[in-house]
Design a protein around this ligand. Structure first.
Ligand code: NOJ
Length: 555
């Protein structure tokens, strides 16, 4: 499965073939580096591991890969706590490995998007250490330091809560041992928020972007792209459980209008490089219209459509979200960017299952169907590693194996309904199974940082390759057709009449039918069957679409 690759560095950077607007209909594979492939046997995935498997991703038909953060970091939040934005963490390799990876990807026709984490740094970043060392000093203006409330400054400066639970402020101790100011961290205390009013912060990130663009990356996934600007005066919100409001309303720390000016300046920087380099926003906005603001012509290229990800398995609800999303992005001339799973949410194979009621296999049946629906929609799609294998969420990880900071900051069986076993983010980050047997199912020669379930032998790449009924081959088939059919990808779409619980959509040359019901539905044959997530059967001029399934038809 792996392939010998050269490690020598050509002198001239290789650019992928010119294809203006490539991102408008690209299928982009999210590599969670720590869990993809481990080359050195420390149980943690690394850049060399990714590079060795790139031919597999190119062979599946991906257009690009997005790599989660591999920068120097104490790993308090899986690398989203960066201590040095221009260095590769030794856990993941070296700068030379990053360079090799980008070059190899380009040779294989794959583009490479890397994460940039501008809302916060690590508490081990030299800037933050400098700030802690100098109470009242200028270094503190790069972060949000404030005096506490109360007679002795013993209360946090405002009522903001961390997304990971608990207050969004931590009090510092001054070098002389006395209690000092508080600093803001919308995530873990090890992730202090940067102050984007500071010209130094802005200049530094321009330089970081240039550093990676010069190395040849094709774009950036922008972490917390909705969070860099905070409302003036840092006003109270006036209620608790603020995490529940994220994505449903504008908050003084999320989706402030001021973030757009930053994205506009980054767009100018991206445009100053040859080869259509892109920015994709991880932005939680309350409506499709507000999300579309991030992809106006002079801002970013893409923004993940989390409304679609959050949509339940319900035909009417899905149709509404699809319509709203398409209308909003079209109003600004951008494509929609579909996503079903990522490293922060419960895998959709598990999310779509109706518990015991649905019966075994229901979640996977729906996940396979959802993949075909998504890949038939106009726009670009992000696939999260392992969804092409139909991997479920791992819900029985032992507590001692867990690393998600949210797990440690939210009480088990808390009011959020999370019970300490699922709902946190380690369960979707379990390393991939590549082979049927052997150490960590081929993930690497030295075990895996989270335990893999025994059943993953049968879900491995090796077990599924060549099996026409496998999820891997379903994805391969869909991606091949997406390349062959010129009408797929960006472009027009219309709805066809269909019974309740069924969606039928038409693209140039293709009809896609989705049955969300728990029972078979009989329809007039829409065309020539191309691909189906479950076996079809036929009557006289009719086709019986199985429960929870999707099919593509040539017309
Ligand atoms: C979003 C990332 O996807 C997530 O993994 C991380 O914990 C937060 N941003 C904070 O950086």
């Amino acid at each position: 499965m792996t392939q010998e690759l050269t490690t020598s560095l050509p002198t001239e950077p290789v650019r992928p073939s010119e294809s203006p607007g490539w991102w408008r209909d690209a299928v982009i594979y999210q590599v969670y580096v720590r869990s993809f492939a481990d080359s050195d046997g420390d149980g943690i995935g690394d850049l060399r591991g990714v590079r060795e498997r790139l031919p597999h991703l190119a062979g599946l038909g991906m257009d690009a890969v997005w790599l989660t953060p591999f920068y120097a970091s104490p790993q308090a939040d899986g690398g989203y706590d960066v201590a040095d934005y221009r260095t590769v963490d030794p856990l993941f390799g070296t700068l030379g490995d990053a360079d090799d990876l980008v070059r190899t990807a380009h040779e294989l026709g794959l583009r490479v998007i890397v994460d940039v984490v501008p809302n916060h740094s690590s508490d081990q970043h030299p800037w933050f250490r400098e700030a802690l060392a100098e109470p009242g000093g200028a270094a503190r203006t790069r972060y949000h330091f404030r005096r506490g409330r109360g007679a002795h400054g013993e209360l946090p400066p405002n009522d903001w809560e961390s997304v990971f639970g608990g207050p969004a402020w931590t009090r510092t101790t001054d070098p002389d041992g006395t209690l000092g100011e508080w600093y803001l961290h919308l995530f873990a205390p090890e992730q202090p928020d940067l102050n984007w009013d500071s010209p130094e912060v802005r200049a530094e990130f321009d330089s970081v972007l240039r550093f990676w663009l010069d190395l040849g990356v094709d774009g950036f996934r922008i972490d917390v792209a909705h969070g860099m600007v905070k409302a003036a005066g840092l006003p109270d919100i006036g209620r608790t459980e603020q995490a529940k409001l994220i994505g449903s309303q504008v908050l003084p720390f999320f989706d402030q209008d001021g973030v757009h000016e930053i994205h506009r300046s980054w767009r100018r920087l991206l445009d100053s490089y040859p080869g259509d380099r892109i920015g994709v926003a991880e932005a939680w906005a309350p409506t499709a219209e507000r999300l579309a603001l991030y992809v106006r012509p002079d801002e970013l290229h893409q923004a993940f459509n989390f409304q679609f990800l959050k949509c339940p398995w319900d035909a009417a609800a899905m149709r509404e979200v699809i319509d709203e999303s398409l209308a909003a992005t079209r109003s600004v001339g951008a494509p929609t960017t579909w996503v079903l799973s990522n490293h922060d949410v419960v895998r959709h194979t598990t999310r779509y299952a109706d518990g015991a009621d649905g019966g075994p296999g229901q979640g996977l049946a729906r996940a396979r169907a959802a993949a075909l629906l998504t890949l038939a929609l106009p726009g670009s799609s992000y696939l999260y590693q392992g969804e092409e294998l139909g991997l479920p969420e791992v819900t029985d990880l032992p507590d001692e194996a867990r690393q998600d900071p949210a797990f440690f900051r939210t009480s088990p069986d808390g009011e959020d309904g999370q019970n300490g076993q699922d709902g946190f983010r380690d369960g979707c980050r379990v390393p991939l199974p590549w082979t049927r047997s052997g150490e960590s199912y081929g993930f690497g020669p030295g075990g895996s940082w989270l335990p893999q379930p025994d059943a993953w032998s049968g879900l491995s790449v090796e077990a599924q390759t060549g099996d026409p009924g496998s999820t891997l081959e379903l994805y391969r088939g869909a991606l091949a057709l997406r390349r062959e059919l010129p009408g797929l990808g960006d472009g027009p779409m219309s709805w066809l009449e269909a019974p309740a619980g069924v969606l039928a959509l038409s693209r140039p040359g293709l009809v896609c039918t989705l049955n969300t019901l728990g029972e078979e539905v009989e329809l007039p044959v829409p065309g020539r069957a191309l691909l189906s997530s479950a076996p079809l059967s036929y009557g006289a001029g009719t086709v019986r679409i199985p429960p929870d399934s999707c099919a593509w038809w040539a017309i």
